[in-house]
Design a protein around this ligand. Structure first.
Ligand SMILES: C[S@@+](CC[C@H](N)C(=O)[O-])C[C@H]1O[C@@H](n2cnc3c(N)ncnc32)[C@H](O)[C@@H]1O
Length: 271
């Protein structure tokens, strides 16, 4: 639920401070079921597309409070999870302590991964790479830490259909019937202010809205940026709610009109 935005944050340290400020509310509200698109659409599609990872060394980039990291760990991967925001990592570590899945948590930036070359079999990044300044540097870093034959799978806001001017038009029963795409100013790092739409108002209003700097890039940009690394694009998915999910969770039914997310997988050639 976008609320608007005007300011801009392009300095990585400033972006990191905004994410640290978002972390407590994001953790509480997503764990209360507020991240409806993630839980009912995006993560299930991501996990369906993910190749087998049992026994592999994986890195989850931008792990947040680590619900998605834990889902990948549950598939048998040996995971390291990285985030820029200490509060997210504290919440993630608390879940790990309560119910261990062998995940190691590291604070750091996707723009300068604190790991040696070729040290992972795969990397994931759930809804993170469009949030970093210079996402091409994050792609290059992900490529660097993969061994030959390793892969990066990541989800982002859909470059064609999730621009700031997207507005879902719903009837009085809340059913999406159209999506409006308006021209909207979106300078690099434009801070978008918004809330999860899927939580009860009293819980939602107990927290400040999120402030998320956007680093929008076109679809062609992403394809070219992957091509500029030594990774080769091998799979893509635009998650769309199936009719049952759309009926059960009407919020996500707008994705049947135009997808909101894009998932890409790219692999480093090798054995
Ligand atoms: C939209 S949230 C997604 C969190 C989590 N992956 C999920 O799917 O629930 C984006 C995450 O990226 C992290 N992030 C933003 N910039 C980062 C950077 N430069 N390096 C590492 N993590 C970053 C944020 O702190 C936040 O946890």
């Amino acid at each position: 639920m976008p609320l608007g935005g005007a300011a801009v944050a392009t300095d990585p340290a400033q972006v990191a401070r905004l994410w640290e400020a978002n972390a407590p509310a994001w953790t509480a509200l997503s764990r209360a079921g507020g991240d409806i698109y993630r839980d009912h659409l995006n993560t299930p599609a991501f996990l369906r597309l993910l190749p087998p990872v049992a026994g592999l060394r994986g890195l989850d980039i931008g792990c947040g409070e680590a619900t998605n990291t834990r889902a990948v760990a549950a598939l048998g991967a040996r995971l390291t999870a990285l985030d820029i925001a200490p509060s997210f990592l504290r919440a993630a570590a608390a879940s790990e302590a309560a119910d261990p899945r062998g995940i190691r948590f590291v604070q750091g930036s996707a723009l300068a991964l604190p790991f040696p070359d070729a040290s992972f079999d795969f990397a994931t990044a759930f809804m993170c790479l469009m949030d970093v300044p210079r996402p091409e540097a994050a792609l290059a870093e992900a490529a660097r830490i993969l061994r030959p034959g390793g892969f990066l799978q990541f989800s982002i806001l859909h470059p064609c259909f999730a621009m700031p001017g997207r507005r879902v038009l719903r009837d009085t029963a809340g059913h999406a019937y159209a999506i409006e795409f308006r021209a909207a100013e979106s300078p690099d790092g434009a801070i978008e202010t918004w809330r999860f739409s899927g939580v009860a108002p009293e819980l939602r209003d107990a927290h400040p809205p999120f402030q998320v700097p956007r680093f929008d890039r076109s679809l062609a940009w992403w394809i070219n940026a992957i091509g500029a690394t030594d990774l080769r694009l091998e799979a893509a998915e635009e998650p769309v709610a199936d009719p049952d999910t759309a009926a059960r969770v009407p919020t996500v039914a707008d994705t049947r009109i135009a997808p909101l997310f894009l998932i890409l997988r790219a692999r480093k050639p090798g054995p």
